[in-house]
Design a protein around this ligand. Structure first.
Ligand SMILES: Nc1ncnc2c1ncn2[C@@H]1O[C@H](COP(=O)(O)OP(=O)(O)OP(=O)(O)O)[C@@H](O)[C@H]1O
Ligand SMILES: [Mg+2]
Length: 488
């Protein structure tokens, strides 16, 4: 396999700085680098004594001055030690690269993979790495190109938790997704579905395009709307959410568009509507499918020329507002029933962000549950964990109420749980797949429980039949016959 870094033969003096034998201060040992790359080098010091694996390395790069860096001894060999450098700063790296470049051997073979006769190539046709070492941006470009391989070579040591941490770091700290949403609000998840949502938020946020967010109740539609606003140029102006289903139609019109004094009974003074409040910012119309046809046409006018019409006013008023709408209903079927305007739908549907239900988000169920368990238990000054059965129960439950249901169940479980480990019972998830409404007889109840318990025990015992029999207090033949009966 080709190397990720050019290594070259050198003969460069280096001082190894390490703890002294008698623990009094440090010792400096004079030695020489015999080969060097940007990540480390081989030093000809025949090790009689190196106390710590971490060492200081001081060397003078001809023409570039003196450097002192930290490194780690990777291997002790007969001829010396192989050391890895700890994060060189950019300046030290670029100067070291200049030196390496000057020392790349002229034997016309690829310094990454050893392929011969590469003199006419800009890129090695065996390993694919660029060979144009004298281009000014070469090393930066190479580090970008080789980044994924570097990560892959380290990723074998990653646990699944580390992978989530890395993905979260990339989203939150580098791409700034989920940052500054609102008071401590954060977007949690690393399933493909939710990564797609992050990517769409990133793309649409800086534009002024209206957005339609669709998804079941509790999937995070409002959170998505806030994320769009917070990542837009409008972030320092108001984000005004309004739930169209929560306000009766006759009040909603005044609420959204405002009214003039005396325009109807009860209109004692002028009132600015939410669109005016949101001027310069974003308005979030939740449950847009609930808007009456009259309000739909007013909204269409706003979308077409940014004009809103106050009740009782002569003429409209221009506002600069970005519209984000959401619905958990099927607008297309509302169109066929004549309850939703087709033209409005197409204006809204220019950019649609569909939020996947939690049941389709794979491991996100666990990530979300853990996130809220930590968050709420911290808030309550407690330390809580999930038992392995609870993790299984969280995984196999369907979460029809989506993230909101996870939040509610975890809050409840923290209060209910007597031990540090939260159980499926605390979470009210004891029989995850049992649909009570569908059960009609006692026999069915028994079968449902029997099957459920068998599934849980099989999972818990990694399909080891003897263990399952012990856990369920039945014989091994009974386990086999139950498996046959329920086709498990
Ligand atoms: N991916 C997520 N990570 C963390 N919290 C989330 C996530 N998705 C949703 N939430 C939280 O779940 C709760 C419900 O989300 P939100 O109100 O945005 O859902 P919704 O789709 O608008 O629901 P509804 O249709 O019922 O109005 C909120 O407290 C929100 O902060
Ligand atoms: Mg909502």
């Amino acid at each position: 396999m080709a190397r990720l870094d050019v290594r070259c033969k050198v003969d460069l003096p280096v001082h190894l700085i390490t703890d002294s034998i008698n623990n009094k201060g440090v010792t400096e040992i004079g030695a020489r680098f015999t080969s060097l790359s940007l990540n480390g080098g081989f030093i000809d010091y025949k090790p009689q004594y190196i106390k710590n694996k971490i060492i200081g390395l001081r060397y003078d790069l001809p023409g570039h001055g003196e450097f002192e860096i930290l490194g780690e001894v990777l291997r002790l060999e007969d001829k010396g030690v192989a050391a890895r450098f700890y994060n060189l700063n950019r300046d030290a790296k670029l100067k070291l690269w200049d030196y390496i470049k000057e020392n790349i051997s002229d034997d016309l073979s690829c310094p990454y993979c050893g392929k011969k006769n590469i003199q006419k190539m800009r890129r090695c046709d065996a390993c694919g790495w660029g060979l144009n070492f004298y281009s000014q941006d070469y090393i930066v470009e190479h580090e970008k190109e080789s980044f994924i391989q570097r990560l892959v070579s380290k990723s074998e040591a990653f646990t699944i938790e580390d992978i989530y941490k890395v993905l979260k770091f990339v989203d939150v700290d580098i791409l700034k997704i989920g940052k500054n949403l609102d008071i401590n609000e954060e977007f949690v998840g690393s399933s493909q579905g939710i990564l797609n949502v992050f990517s769409m938020i990133r793309k649409v946020a800086p534009t002024d395009i209206p957005v339609l967010i669709t998804g079941e109740s509790g999937t995070g539609k409002e959170l998505t709307a806030m994320a769009i606003h917070e990542r837009s140029q409008r972030r320092n102006k108001p984000f005004v959410p309004i739930n169209c289903a929560a306000i009766p139609e006759n009040l909603l019109e005044a609420e959204l568009f405002g009214h003039e004094k005396g325009s109807f009974t009860g209109a004692y003074k002028n009132k600015a509507g939410k669109f005016e409040y949101a001027d310069g910012g974003s308005i979030f119309l939740d449950e847009i499918g609930e808007l009456s046809l009259n309000l739909q046409s007013k909204l269409l006018r706003f979308l077409e020329d940014k004009i809103i019409e106050k009740i009782g006013a002569n003429g409209g008023k221009k506002v600069d507002v970005r519209l984000i709408a959401a619905t958990n209903s099927d607008l297309k079927s509302a169109i066929t029933k004549g309850a939703f305007r087709k033209d409005l739908f197409y204006r809204l549907d220019v950019f649609n962000i569909p939020l996947p239900p939690v049941r389709d988000r794979g491991e996100d169920k666990i990530i979300l549950a853990r996130y809220f368990l930590n968050k709420f238990s911290k808030e309550m000054g407690l330390s809580k964990t999930f038992s392995p059965e609870t993790i299984d129960a969280v995984k196999s439950y369907n979460w029809p109420g989506n993230v909101r249901e996870i939040i509610n169940k975890i809050r409840r479980a923290i209060v209910m749980s007597k031990e540090t480990a939260v159980t499926p019972h605390d979470l009210d998830l004891e029989m995850p797949n049992m649909q009570i409404e569908e059960v009609t007889s006692l026999k069915e109840v028994r079968c449902t429980i029997e099957k459920q318990k068998l599934i849980e025990a099989m999972k818990h015992c990694n399909n080891n039949i003897s263990k399952v029999a012990r856990v369920l207090c039945i014989s091994r033949p009974s386990v086999y016959s139950l498996r046959r009966k329920y086709n498990i």
